[in-house]
Write a protein that binds this ligand. Sequence first.
Ligand SMILES: Nc1nc2c(ncn2[C@@H]2O[C@H](COP(=O)(O)OP(=O)(O)O)[C@@H](O)[C@H]2O)c(=O)[nH]1
Ligand SMILES: [Mg+2]
Length: 262
Amino acid sequence: MNTQGSDSYMYIVFIIGTAGSGKSLLTAAFSDWLQMANQDVITVNLDPGVFSMPYTPNIDIRDYIKIETIMKQYGLGPNGALIMAADLIAEETDRLEEEIASFKPDFVLIDTPGQMELFSFRASGPYMVAELTKEQKALIYLFDSVFSSNPINYVSNLFLSAAVYNRFFIPQVHILSKFDLLPPEVTNQIVDWSASPKALETAIEERLKGTKRLLSRDMMRIIYRLGLRFLLIPVSSKTNEGLINLNTALERIFTSGDKYTT
Ligand SMILES: Nc1nc2c(ncn2[C@@H]2O[C@H](COP(=O)(O)OP(=O)(O)O)[C@@H](O)[C@H]2O)c(=O)[nH]1
Ligand SMILES: [Mg+2]
C-alpha cells in the first residue's frame, strides 16, 4: 500500500520503442489493466502524426500541434512537418503539465511518437521528460519480439535501448512486446539472452558468421562492461499476458516493492 495517501503521489511512465513495436497498443492495454486494478490512470498521446489509435487519449498533443497546419504554414512535406512537430512538443510542456494536473491522476501513461528517433534523439523528448512535473518517472522500452528473435537484431536493439537510457537517465523497464506472435521456445530463448550474457554469446557464436559475429560479440560485451542490464519481460497487449509482471517491475521502481495497486 502507498502510505502517502491516494492523492499525494503521481507516477509518470513514458513508453518508447521503434516504429511499430507496440507502444500505442501497450498504452491501451496497460491503461485498461491499471484501471481494473483500481488505479486512477490517464493516457497522453504525444504523437502528432498518428491517424488512428487503439485508445482514446485523455490528453492529445494533436489538439495543440497539427501536422497539416505545419505543412501549409512552412511549406513542408509530411516528413519535414513530423520533425518540426516533434521539436514543437517541447514548447507544450507547461500546458501538458497543467492539463495532467487537472486530472489529479495516480498514474500517467505517455505514448510517444511512432518513430522513436523523433522523440529520443532530438532535443525535445529529453527536455520534456526532464521538465514535465517533478513527480516520479520511469520509462518502458519495447523490444519488438519479431524483430528481436535473431541475435544480430537483438544486439542492435540492446544498443538502441542503451542509447535511450543515455538520453533520458530515468529508471527503465524493458519488455519483449507482442510475444504472443512467437513460439514459446523462442520467447524463452530471447529472455535467456537478456538474463545471461553467456547465453547470448553462445547464440552469436552459433548463428552468426564472420564480421557480423565479431561485431555483435564486441557490441554485447561493451554493453555488459558498462554494467547495463536489460532483463526482458515478455508482454502481449493482445492477450494481456505479462502485464502483471510489467506492473511489478514498475512497482519495484516507484515504491521499492510496495504495492500501489489495491
Ligand atoms: N499480436 C500482437 N500484435 C501487436 C501487439 N502490440 C501491438 N501489435 C500490433 O502491432 C502493430 C503496431 O502497434 P502499435 O501499437 O501501433 O505500435 P507503435 O508504432 O509502437 O505505437 C499494430 O498492428 C498492433 O495491432 C501485441 O502484443 N501482439
Ligand atoms: Mg503509436
